[in-house]
Design a protein around this ligand. Structure first.
Ligand SMILES: Cc1ncc(COP(=O)(O)O)c(C=O)c1O
Length: 334
């Protein structure tokens, strides 16, 4: 009997360490949501990256680029400001490769995330959320000061062009291949903007008429910047990982067709519905993406079914004490 050549390739080959598991995440059709909305909604499950979020891609990419340039070597200190996920990803890559790491986080960051960062051997400095980004106490300025004082290498996720490049090189091509090019709309929340910008640049290089819809929490500055070129006073919101009180260099606004705003209530309700409806235990920003799709589709009513791809950036396991807790939701009045 002839043996097909693929029979000799093991389906589940032995992998060399945790970093080899970053990327190549599955794309899954959200069946009930698609049926309910009458469009084909597909989600890239970034919470299946080994540390539990999309940030693993950027962390590995930036650290390996710095190594290749000779800017860092094992034993050095890596620093960034983070809403938690970047810290967990950088700390994971750092511990595997033998670096030390230190992160500043805003005080709204969930305890699960802070404990995880520490468990990975990193230092954590908690900073006030309610101060402007240029205040010396902010997590943004504190990271810069600590990098100067401690001689650390600043990852600089908010302004580092390699953040965008990491998604142009990995997430974008994966989505293109997994959809076989059958994609009409790409939707993603903006935190640093790296995921949205890198994926959108890649997809538009293949198919220029793909529509790119960005999701921004009510209270963040991106929506007004995009629509009116105006920097508003930032407001307060509880969803983690999305939005900003200042423009950032890792966001390429030229790839965006529209920015849809969603509030905390919609984001958390949608994230909880993803758990019930699809069995997907994802974070609040995944809820923002789905709520944004639903809101955007209301204006597209009557259109033929669209192939819509979005990204579910992190796991709901990080928010068991927050929006997945009925007590917490009641406490914040939702
Ligand atoms: C939970 C969560 N969702 C979404 C994002 C947005 O990703 P990006 O920074 O690539 O825009 C982040 C980034 O911090 C995040 O932590």
């Amino acid at each position: 009997m002839l043996t097909h050549p693929s029979a000799t390739v093991p389906k589940h080959p032995l992998r060399e360490g945790v970093l080899s598991l970053i990327g190549n995440t599955p794309l899954v059709r959200l069946r009930r949501l698609s049926d309910r909305l009458g469009h084909n909604i597909q989600a890239k499950l970034e919470f299946l990256n080994p540390s539990g979020s999309v940030k693993d891609r950027m962390a590995l990419y930036i650290i390996e680029a710095a190594e290749r340039s000779g800017w860092i070597k094992p034993g050095d200190l890596l620093i960034d400001n983070s809403s938690g996920n970047t810290a967990i990803s950088v700390a994971m890559v750092a511990t595997v490769k033998g670096y030390r790491s230190l992160f500043t986080v805003p005080d709204k960051t969930s305890q699960e995330k802070i404990d995880l960062i520490k468990a990975l051997g990193a230092e954590v400095v908690v900073c006030p959320t309610d101060v402007p980004h240029d205040d010396p106490r902010s997590y943004y300025e504190s990271a810069r000061r600590l990098a100067r004082e401690r001689g650390g290498y600043l990852i600089d996720q908010y302004h580092n062009p390699l953040n965008i490049e990491s998604h142009f090189a990995t997430t974008g091509p994966e989505i293109w291949e997994q959809t076989d090019g059958k994609i009409d709309v790409f939707v993603a929340g903006i935190g640093t903007g790296g995921t949205l910008s890198g994926v959108a640049r890649f997809l538009k290089s293949k198919k220029p008429d793909i529509r790119v819809i960005a999701i921004d929490p009510v209270g963040s500055v991106f929506h007004n910047l995009f629509k009116f070129n105006e920097l508003q006073d930032p407001g307060r919101y509880l969803v983690e990982g999305l939005g900003s009180d200042t423009p950032c260099g890792a966001l390429d606004m030229t790839v965006i067709e529209e920015i849809v705003q969603v509030d905390d209530r919609e984001s958390f309700a949608s994230a909880r519905q993803l758990v019930i409806e699809e069995g997907m235990i994802t974070g609040g920003s995944s809820g923002s993406a789905i709520a944004g799709i639903e809101r955007w589709l209301k204006r597209e009513a009557g259109n033929p079914a669209l192939n819509i791809v979005t990204v579910l950036p992190d796991s709901g396991m990080r928010y068991v004490s927050k929006f997945l807790s009925n007590d917490w939701m009641a406490k914040i009045g939702l």
